[in-house]
Each structure stands twice: as structure tokens, then as C-alpha cells.
Design a binder for this molecule. Structure first.
Ligand SMILES: C[S@@+](CC[C@H](N)C(=O)[O-])C[C@H]1O[C@@H](n2cnc3c(N)ncnc32)[C@H](O)[C@@H]1O
Ligand code: SF4
Ligand code: SF4
Length: 335
């Protein structure tokens, strides 16, 4: 994964330190639409939605200036359903290097031209969801032809040489056995890889949560092999501590200590602040501190370990160390 240049890393760390002390979020996820092209088995976002109240590209500048995040995720729903996605990114970046900006997408609507335009507008990392290393991906996402599209497009645009594409694979009971086969695919396509963990909170469905002893044994064996495959290129983006914590999350059926609302938050398509994508208390931009008082300070929810959380649960010294030692390579699966 492309290292963030040292001076830029220092700027991000500087802003991160200030935000940490000022109780401003480190990561903000803009869910730029609720609509989606897919109907994934593990998600509640599928299909068309009312888009009439979506924020406009210029609104994102106001949110970015007020929240001053180090890292922004542009997500959804499916963010590429917005015809103005490039303008949204320009509005967030405003010609500056910060915030480090990640597009989290299923890539069903991605083309080589759009990839280049989004790169030029300031996307630093493209997070591409991949649940299976073959056409089972289409079944899981209810989108025929999606895997073939990725198989054609991802290696083609990877050859542009920006080293900014990260396959984003959510571990479920369905794809446990494919954890290393997905890593093989990332290598074959010349891109990076980030694992995240299924949460039953989104849909209420426990079937995809691997918690049977034989499933946990398979998970451990697969993650041991992943660990052995790391190298200096940082192509497996998750920090080793994060993969260990993912094991514990499944084994313990949850992970306490979530800082949603404080260290990270979601801006909904119509501009409300939410602690995360699975907690629906809504606040205005001006009410961020009220969200921390009312939600974060008493939050007992331990029901996900998605990347945005796994990254920001760490203590400030650990976070600083992991980023300084490897320079910055953020993992992204949203929410
Ligand atoms: C909600 S989607 C939004 C962006 C885009 N539509 C996509 O799929 O990449 C972001 C990520 O959340 C993951 N996700 C969906 N449902 C999930 C769940 N129940 N638990 C954990 N991750 C989930 C998806 O696999 C995807 O990688
Ligand atoms: S995971 Fe992404 S692609 Fe699938 S339904 Fe949810 S938002 Fe859509
Ligand atoms: S653990 Fe935190 S981020 Fe995850 S669903 Fe609960 S409140 Fe949201």
C-alpha cells in the first residue's frame, strides 16, 4: 500500500493530536446516499431510496471545515450512484492533501475513466468490497456480473501504478474458508487487502456470524496464514493487533469500549450526525458535543468490530506508534 509521504504523515498526526485533545473526530464517514446497486445478504442498504434530501457537493465543505477530520470515508449505500461523486470529493479536499480520503464502494459503477477522475479529485484510497474470489460474490451481493466486472477492471486500473486500491473483505461464516483465497486474488490483481468483521447488528441475522467452535478454529487457521504472508510492502493493510482483536471479537461475541460519536462519526446522506452507521440517534452539526454526552459517555454497545472502530479503539500512544512506525496506511471498511 502506498505510504503517505513523511511530511504529510506529520500533518495528519498533528491534526489527529489536536482532535484527540479537543474531542473532535479523527475519522468521519460521509454516507453520501442511502441507495445502493446491490442487495447484499449481510447489509440493510439494498436498492433504491429517497434521494431528494441528499446533501449537495458544496455542503461537504462546511462539514469538513467544522469537523476537521484527519480521515474521511466517502461511503453509502453505494457512493458511485451519485453522479456528482467527483464534485463531492473536490468539495471535501478543496485542493488540499488533508483529509486523507477513502472511497468505500462496491465498484459496480466504476470505470477506468471514473477511477482516474476520482484520483485527480483527491481520493487517496479506493476500498473495493470483495466477499468471494469468484462468482459467489455475485450471489452474495445479488448483482449478476459484478465479479467478472471486478476481475476485468481492478487489475487494469491497478496498472496505472498509484498503489491506492484495497480489497475490502468482510469476514462472515459464508466466506471463512476463502480468507486466503481472497488474499491470493489481491496478489493476482496487484492490489492490497483489508479484512473486516461481520456484525449482526445491521440486519439482526446471526447466521453469518462465525461463533461455532469449528468456525472459530477455521478462522484462527486462516488468520495465522495471513499473518505469515505479511511483508514490507504493507499489502495486508490491517495492523497485526487489529487481526488479533478481530479473532477475539468473534470468539467473545463482541468487543466493548467503543468510541463511536467521539473518535469517529457518520454524517448521513441528509446531513445529520450519527454515532455510527448502526446507531440511529440523529444530531445536527452544532450538536456534536451533545452526542458525546448523551451517547458516547454511556455507550455499552459492543456489537461490531468494523475497521473504523478497530482503528480508533486504540490508545493514543499505540495509534501514534502504529502510524509512525509504518507511516500511514489506513484500513477502511466503513463503519
Ligand atoms: C455498507 S458498505 C457501503 C459501501 C459500498 N456499498 C460497499 O459495499 O463497499 C461498506 C462496507 O460495509 C460492509 N458491510 C455491510 N454489511 C455489514 C455487516 N453487517 N457487518 C460488517 N460489515 C458490513 C460491506 O461489506 C462493505 O465492505
Ligand atoms: S454492503 Fe454496500 S453494496 Fe452491499 S447492500 Fe450494503 S451498501 Fe449496498
Ligand atoms: S460497537 Fe460502536 S460502532 Fe459498532 S455498532 Fe456498536 S456503537 Fe456502533
Amino acid at each position: 500500500m502506498r505510504r503517505v509521504p513523511f511530511v504529510e504523515s506529520l500533518k495528519i498526526i498533528g491534526r489527529g493530536s489536536l482532535n484527540w485533545l479537543a474531542h473532535r473526530p479523527i475519522v468521519v464517514s460521509f454516507e453520501v446516499t442511502d441507495a445502493c446497486t446491490c442487495y447484499c445478504k449481510h447489509c440493510d442498504h439494498g436498492g433504491p431510496r429517497d434521494e431528494s434530501r441528499n446533501l449537495k457537493p458544496a455542503d461537504y465543505r462546511r462539514y469538513t471545515e467544522e469537523l476537521r477530520p484527519c480521515v474521511v470515508q466517502v461511503s453509502g449505500g453505494e457512493p458511485l450512484m451519485r453522479d456528482d461523486a467527483v464534485e463531492i470529493v473536490r468539495s471535501i479536499k478543496d485542493g488540499s492533501r488533508l483529509p486523507y480520503t477513502i472511497l468505500v464502494s462496491n465498484w459496480s459503477l466504476m470505470t477506468a475513466e471514473k477511477y482516474q477522475a476520482l484520483h485527480d479529485a483527491g481520493i487517496d484510497q479506493f476500498s473495493v468490497s470483495l466477499d468471494f474470489p469468484d462468482e459467489r460474490h455475485d450471489d452474495f451481493r445479488a448483482y449478476p456480473g459484478l465479479y467478472r466486472h471486478l476481475e476485468d477492471l481492478v487489475p487494469r486500473v491497478a496498472k496505472f501504478g498509484y498503489d491506492d486500491i484495497v480489497l475490502n473483505s468482510c469476514i462472515t461464516s459464508e466466506n471463512l474458508g476463502e480468507i486466503n483465497a481472497i488474499a491470493d486474488k489481491a496478489r493476482e490483481w496487484g492490489v492490497n487487502l483489508c479484512y473486516s468483521a461481520y456484525s449482526a447488528r445491521r440486519t439482526g441475522c446471526r447466521d453469518y456470524f462465525p461463533d461455532a467452535p469449528e468456525q472459530l478454529a477455521e478462522l484462527s487457521a486462516q488468520l495465522d496464514r495471513v499473518k505469515a504472508r505479511r511483508d514490507q510492502t504493507n499489502w495486508i493493510v490491517n495492523a497485526p493487533t487489529t487481526l488479533e482483536a478481530t479473532r477475539r471479537y468473534f470468539a467473545n461475541n463482541g468487543t466493548p469500549g467503543c468510541k463511536a460519536g467521539l473518535r469517529f462519526l457518520v454524517v448521513t446522506a441528509d446531513g445529520a450526525l450519527q454515532p455510527c452507521s448502526m446507531q440511529f440517534q440523529r444530531y445536527t452539526l452544532e450538536e456534536r458535543e451533545r452526542m458525546i454526552r448523551e451517547f458516547t459517555s454511556s455507550n455499552q454497545c459492543d456489537q461490531c468490530y468494523v475497521s473504523i472502530r478497530s482503528y480508533l479503539d486504540k490508545s493514543f500512544p499505540q495509534l501514534l506508534w502504529e502510524n509512525v512506525s509504518g507511516f500511514l496506511a489506513f484500513s477502511s471498511n466503513e463503519k
